[in-house]
Write a protein that binds this ligand. Structure first.
Ligand SMILES: [Zn+2]
Length: 169
């Protein structure tokens, strides 16, 4: 059940792990992945794309619509595919899966050397991790604000990306 879906971004400098809830959507629904490096030149299209902290996922909406008869919702949108888990980050953010494994390994190492520090770290690990991710602005870590002002947040993210690309050139 725990199949790893790893996808390289268009420029090839970064990759992300994906999950496909109930394996309803095939891998091919994930048409393109842009990391913060290669997303700056992309014309954002809300009909086919979702944006998260500088990353952009482009879905093949033809495939999504074709497969959507198996979904609970009548119509599959990029936000629906992402937020409901049918084609989304494996975890909260693109490299969450790999990072979690590494962070847990470090915790285990600590357990072998300093048990008291390990217990303290273990108690706060999940919470402080979630707070940090919400602060960084990942869509899935910040669901409350998403629900309140989804449109405005989309606009804000777009402006941020544009400014960044202007600074770079
Ligand atoms: Zn890239």
């Amino acid at each position: 059940m725990c199949v790893e879906h790893k996808k390289m971004c268009v420029c090839g400098q970064n990759s992300a792990s994906f999950q496909f809830r109930d394996e309803i959507m095939p891998d091919e629904v994930l048409e393109k992945l842009y990391c913060p490096v290669c997303s700056s030149g992309v014309a954002y299209d809300a009909e086919t794309m979702i944006r998260d902290n500088g990353w952009i996922i482009k879905y093949d909406m033809e495939i999504a619509r074709f497969m959507s008869q198996k979904l609970p919702a009548a119509e599959a949108s990029p936000a629906y595919l992402f937020d409901e888990g049918y084609c989304t980050w494996d975890g909260i953010y693109p490299t969450d899966r790999a990072d979690s494994v590494r962070e847990r390994e470090e915790l285990v190492k600590l357990a072998n050397t300093d048990k008291k520090a390990y217990i303290e770290r273990f108690k706060s690990w999940g919470i402080s991790r979630m707070n940090r991710l919400a602060q960084e602005g990942w869509r899935k870590a910040d669901e409350k604000q998403q629900r309140e002002e989804p449109l405005q947040r989309e606009e804000d993210a777009g402006a941020g990306v544009r400014e960044l690309s202007e600074v770079r050139t």
